[in-house]
Write a protein that binds this ligand. Structure first.
Ligand SMILES: [Fe+2]
Length: 308
C-alpha cells in the first residue's frame, strides 16, 4: 500500500469567516468556497462550519486503485464501514469523527529552495552581506501542509484505523500517549494523542527555514499578541523548528521548518520517547494551555451534549 502525501485537511469551526481571515493572514491564499491554498501544495485547507471546532476530514494521496482495494479490504476485516467511489475511498474513524479519504493522485514535487547561507565557526557562507533573514521583506507564505495532530479517547482504535487499515507508517512513539505517523517522506503527517476527549490540537505548515518560522510568527503577533501559544523551539520528534499560534476558533496553527525526512523505511529506527523528549528538544517551557487547550472543558461538555 503506497500512501504518498497528505493532500488536505478540512477543519470545522463555528466562526468560518473569521477563521478564513486568520489563515489568509497566516499566509495561505483564499481560493473560494472555504478553501485555502499553499504555494506548493495547492488547495490544502478547507474551513467548513461545525458547532464546535474539530478535524472533519483528511485527504491522503495514494498511487493506484490497487491501494484503495488494499485499504478497503483491511477496513472491512477490522469492521470499519467505508465508501468507495471511483478513485476515492472514505471511512470515518468513529471516536474522533475524522473522515479519512484516500485518493489516487500525483505526487507533490516541490522545487528545491536554495539553502539559506548561515555563517558558522570557520565557515563563512555569507561574506560582506547581511543575513537573508534580516533583509527579507516579502510576507511568509507556507509551502505546504505538513501535519495534523488529534487527541482521541480511544487511542487503540485510532492506531488500528490509521496504521493497519489505511497504511500510515510509524515514525516514533510517545510512551503510552501518542504515535507519530507518516503518509509521505515527512517524519510525521499525523500525530495521534491519547486524550480524555477527541479534538483537533493543531495543523502545521511548512516554511523555508528558521528565519521564516520567526518572521511568520512575528508578523502574526505584531497586532495580536494573544495569538501566541508556544515558540520558538525545536522538537525532538521530527527535529523541526516550531512556533505555535492560535486561530480564532481555538485550533493551534504551527509554522515549521527543517523536519526529518524518511525516504528509506529501513534506515529509520522508531524510538519510544519519554518525558520532555516527546514534546521538544529545546525552547521556552511549554505553557499548560499547549498540553490542555483552554477550551477542552467546553468541548467535553458539548461532546457529551451531542452524544446524549
Ligand atoms: Fe506539530
Amino acid at each position: 500500500m503506497t500512501l504518498h502525501r497528505l493532500s488536505s485537511v478540512s477543519v470545522g469551526v463555528p466562526n468560518v469567516t473569521e477563521t478564513i481571515a486568520y489563515y489568509r493572514e497566516f499566509g495561505l491564499t483564499s481560493v473560494g468556497e472555504g478553501w485555502l491554498s499553499t504555494r506548493d501544495g495547492g488547495r490544502q485547507l478547507h474551513i467548513v462550519h461545525s458547532p464546535t471546532r474539530r478535524l472533519v476530514e483528511m485527504i491522503i494521496g495514494v498511487d493506484s486503485a490497487d491501494d484503495l482495494d488494499g485499504a478497503a479490504a483491511a477496513l472491512a476485516r477490522a469492521g470499519f464501514a467505508h465508501h468507495r467511489e471511483g478513485h476515492r475511498l472514505s471511512a470515518v474513524e468513529k471516536t474522533t469523527g475524522v473522515r479519512a479519504t484516500l485518493q489516487v493522485e500525483p505526487h507533490l514535487t516541490q522545487r528545491p529552495v536554495v539553502a539559506t547561507p548561515y555563517n558558522g565557526p570557520g565557515r563563512y557562507e555569507r561574506q560582506a552581506q547581511r543575513a537573508p533573514g534580516v533583509l527579507r521583506t516579502e510576507r511568509v507564505m507556507p509551502r505546504k501542509l505538513g501535519h495534523a495532530v488529534i487527541g482521541t479517547s480511544d487511542f487503540g482504535q485510532a492506531r488500528l484505523f490509521f496504521t493497519d487499515c489505511l497504511g500510515f507508517k510509524v515514525s516514533d512513539h510517545i510512551k503510552d500517549a501518542g504515535i507519530f505517523l507518516r503518509c509521505s517522506n515527512d517524519h510525521h503527517n499525523l500525530l495521534v494523542l491519547a486524550a480524555p476527549l477527541s479534538f483537533l490540537h493543531h495543523t502545521s505548515w511548512q516554511v523555508d527555514d528558521i528565519d521564516d518560522v520567526g518572521r511568520g510568527a512575528y508578523t502574526m503577533l505584531e497586532h495580536h499578541p494573544e495569538r501566541h501559544v508556544w515558540g520558538l523551539g525545536r522538537h525532538y520528534a521530527g527535529s523541526n523548528f516550531f512556533w505555535y499560534l492560535k486561530d480564532p476558533a481555538g485550533n493551534f496553527s504551527e509554522y515549521y521548518s527543517d523536519m526529518d525526512c524518511i525516504v528509506e523505511d529501513q534506515l529509520w529506527a522508531p524510538e519510544v520517547l519519554e518525558g520532555a523528549k516527546g514534546l521538544f528538544s529545546w525552547g521556552p517551557p511549554p505553557p499548560p494551555s499547549f498540553l490542555h487547550p483552554d477550551d477542552l472543558a467546553d468541548l467535553m461538555t458539548s461532546s457529551h451534549a451531542t452524544s446524549s
